[in-house]
Ligand binder design. Structure first.
Ligand SMILES: [Cu+2]
Ligand SMILES: [Zn+2]
Length: 189
């Protein structure tokens, strides 16, 4: 066998080997693709008091046909109305709750209430505590979302000392932050 013939034979064998392997390599690449993001339908925020306050509770978010159902149960509040919002950052590291930033407002809207045509996505209005400081709320919000730029996952729920007047910009004059909780993913039913 001449050396040029054996070289050509070797390249042909090599080319054949690469061609035969290519589909295997492609399949291996497919298998290494990350799985699609899970569809989140339930989230929860566990609220802890800011410094000097005693407010505790949970706020659950569940995807329903017309939006996201919000179910809140809080204790340790002063009787009366308290501003209730989703804030931009899920950062509960500051003692006064200020690291959660301002209202979650991905559409750059004006401040309003949950039934206002123009509102921040995070404008959930007020929650009302009874004489013992216990507050519950259960309503469906048409603006909240679990995906896209409007996703509330990883952001926070903030309860305020005062009433949100649903008018004053940028945040309804609701005063100090008395409780904060990060919105986390819950295993779907
Ligand atoms: Cu707020
Ligand atoms: Zn707002």
């Amino acid at each position: 066998m001449s050396s040029s013939f054996s070289n050509r034979l070797a390249s042909l064998v090599l080319a054949g080997t690469i061609a035969a392997c290519a589909p295997v390599l492609l399949r291996a690449a497919d298998a290494a693709m990350p799985p699609a993001a899970p569809v989140v339908t339930t989230a929860v925020a566990v609220l802890s008091p800011t410094q000097g306050n005693e407010v505790h509770g949970t706020v659950r978010f569940t995807k329903v046909a017309t939006g996201v159902r919000v179910v809140a149960d809080l204790t340790g509040l002063k009787p009366g109305e308290h501003g209730f919002h989703v804030h931009e950052f899920g950062d509960a590291t500051s003692a006064d709750g200020m690291a959660t930033g301002g209202h979650f407002n991905p559409m750059h809207e004006v401040h309003g209430g949950p039934s206002s045509e123009h509102r921040n996505e995070g404008d959930l209005g007020n929650i009302t505590a009874d004489a013992s400081g216990h507050a519950t709320l259960d309503y469906v919000d048409s603006k909240l979302a679990f995906d896209g730029t409007g996703s509330i996952l990883g952001r926070s729920v903030v309860i305020h000392a005062d009433r949100d007047d649903i008018a004053a910009q940028p945040s309804g004059n609701a005063g100090k932050r008395v409780a904060v909780g990060v919105i986390g993913i819950v295993k779907s039913p």
